[in-house]
Design a protein around this ligand. Sequence first.
Ligand SMILES: NC(=O)CC[C@H](N)C(=O)O
Length: 366
Amino acid sequence: MNHKPSDALLLLEDGTFFKGKALGKIGTSAGEICFNTGMTGYQEIYTDPSYYGQVIVNTTSHIGNYGVVLDDEEESSSVKISGMVCNAYANHYYSRSTADFSLQEYFERANIVGICDVDTRQIVRHIRDAGVMNCIISSEILDPEVLALELKKVPSMDGLELSSVVSTKEAYYLGSEDAKYRVAVLDFGVKKSILNNFVERDCYCKVFNAKTSFEEIAAFNPDGYFLSNGPGDPSAMPYAVETIKQVIETNKPVFGICLGHQLLALSSGIGTYKMKNGHRGLNHPVKNLRTGLCEITSQNHGFAVKPDQVSSIENIELTHVNLNDNTIEGIRRKDKPAFSVQYHPEASPGPHDSRYLFDDFVKMLG
Ligand SMILES: NC(=O)CC[C@H](N)C(=O)O
């Protein structure tokens, strides 16, 4: 049990490297390095399909300390991140009576390579200043020059289409067939907790593969359409934009979250761009421009919609804006019943709860 952890190396695209100890599987893994500032919910992060192809730096210092619970806290059926970086890692010891096993065992089963005992504050400061880039973690190749050759093979997230990799292969149903409403879900990498919000609101959902034709989706005869979150660059998804344009023309309610928000924007003539650093955490302040109130939101995105284009397009209302950096966080079509937000509506009760967005959508259905 108390074996000595192997050495590991984290190498960034600009040549900066950090030495630490191995976690998870012994091996080598690469992806885009990004940081999440959430202080809890690590299992939800690792299984969120929007993180596919990315290496997560957890800025909270203790990771693994409450183990893992299968199913309950998982956002999809498998771990989706490419690698994990943290400071203090609870290797085998964790404290929660209901935990199934340790995070270490979870990562070993999922073949996830990671590194711990590194100064995550230093790493975050570095990527915050230098901007987002690729990285590689290895617990088998400890020479940065050799590892650099492997890192060169990793594609940039800019222009990368990943939804079709994580989207459901076969369509499936959720909720009761006798539910009041029918919602067609375009699965670009959907999180389970989002779907649960529809089921809880008396919706029967049919979840479709990202590349399903409009005709096949419409044959479900839905009352409304949901455009899911997901990984990758929205501008590399012309197939989705084509389908969504047809969806909007039905005049039925359309709701998009995260990648779904970016795709609604693209389908409405607004472009997207890659941010210098994304928003990833649980407490991003967003102003709701309709109510004037600030919401504390949960975010995970590295792309965003272009603000100048939002303000110049007549049939678009800007509904939500980030109070830290003015990023567009929500839009609404004035000519169609379609709206979207860049964040995951928060599931914590209280004055900052943004789950009203699900209620708004369901109200539009009936
Ligand atoms: N959470 C998401 O859906 C992420 C959307 C997109 N892949 C981005 O990084 O911006």
